[in-house]
Design a protein. Structure first.
Length: 163
């Protein structure tokens, strides 16, 4: 797996955690903290198209949290941690740090991800996100689909969780 592939996989996790609208929600530790887990698949409609899939666990809130991506066998592929002090991506022994989650996701995927909107989608709430459109019509079935229309290339994120 190349560094670009690992970066895209990490981006997938970040997108999944935030875009979800589709993860298992466990009892909350507080109003501002949540936990979701499930599976996600990301397709980037580039030339050639690229597809990624992973299990995910997301903890926290838009301001501070953690996302972990795993293989089908449970191996940790990547972990992303963020807080008001900054964000970091860990892939094995590689560590990438940036001043914010937006900067980290922009470096990995070319554009920042709408973290606040993603947490809303995970809770089944509509939320505006520049360039993204989330279909929450099957949220009660544990399924959410989000599509990025801008910037190009377009992308589609599918999440599956236990409602």
């Amino acid at each position: 797996m190349t560094r670009a592939d690992r970066g895209r996989l990490a981006l997938l996790g970040v997108v999944a955690m935030t875009l979800a609208g589709c993860a298992t929600s466990r009892p909350k530790a507080s109003k501002d903290t949540s936990f979701w887990s499930g599976r996600l698949a990301l397709t980037v409609h580039s030339e050639p198209p690229q597809s990624y899939s992973a299990g995910f666990e997301l903890r926290g809130a838009p301001a501070a949290g953690e996302l972990q991506l795993t293989s089908p066998l449970g191996t940790v592929l990547a972990s992303v941690h963020w807080s008001p002090q900054g964000a970091e991506l860990r892939q094995g022994v590689q560590l990438t740090r940036r001043p914010s989650l937006d900067e980290l996701t922009a470096d990995l995927g070319g554009t920042p991800l709408p973290v606040a909107a993603l947490f809303g989608w995970l809770q089944g709430q509509t939320a505006d996100a520049s360039g993204w459109n989330a279909d929450l019509s099957r949220h009660s079935e544990g399924r959410v689909v989000a599509r990025r229309l801008q910037p190009l290339p377009t992308a589609e994120l599918r999440l599956v969780f236990q409602p």
